[in-house]
Design a protein around this ligand. Sequence first.
Ligand code: F6P
Length: 193
Amino acid sequence: PRKIYFSRHGESLYNVMGYLGGDSDLSARGKQYARALPSLVATHIPNADRLTVWTSTKKRTIATAKYLPHPKVAWKALDELEAGKADGLTYEQVEERFPEDFAKRDSDKYLYRYQDGESYKDVVARLEPVIMDLERQDDILIIGHQAILRCLYAYFMNYSTERLPYLKIPLHTLIQITPGAYSCDEKRFKVDI
Ligand code: F6P
């Protein structure tokens, strides 16, 4: 049966500092993940020769895909949830500068839209063309961002919009999804770096 693969980008410099959004490069650990990815793919993806890799247009996903020999497509629609005024801040700084927003996001994380930015609901809408394409194709590996992969994962695994923004999509892990008629099967392959 057809399978879909997801991975977050390797750890970024912003991940290390706790900053939201941005377009930072990979950290040393993130670069190690990029180096490890080709053998992870070769080990766990049957027919890896037919694989196409989709990334966002951000440096961290493109750098994570760097050593993969497969054809690549960079989608703007796969860029991370736009945090607007909170972009480049830590959660603590957001709480300090925009306390009301911070509380609102906490009370409805799916619907909350960042000032000058997006909500999870906005992201689900912009991912629609990606999902349409994904449904029509075999052998796709998406190297994406936390919020984006939560939305895609929730779509295939049938998670509610309440749970979607809290789904755990860890770094340095390849997720395999096998869509079925009623439910999807999943496997996770973690790299220890
Ligand atoms: O911290 C990494 C990150 O991808 C940020 O760029 C993004 O704003 C955030 O995660 C999304 O996660 P949450 O919706 O839980 O804040």
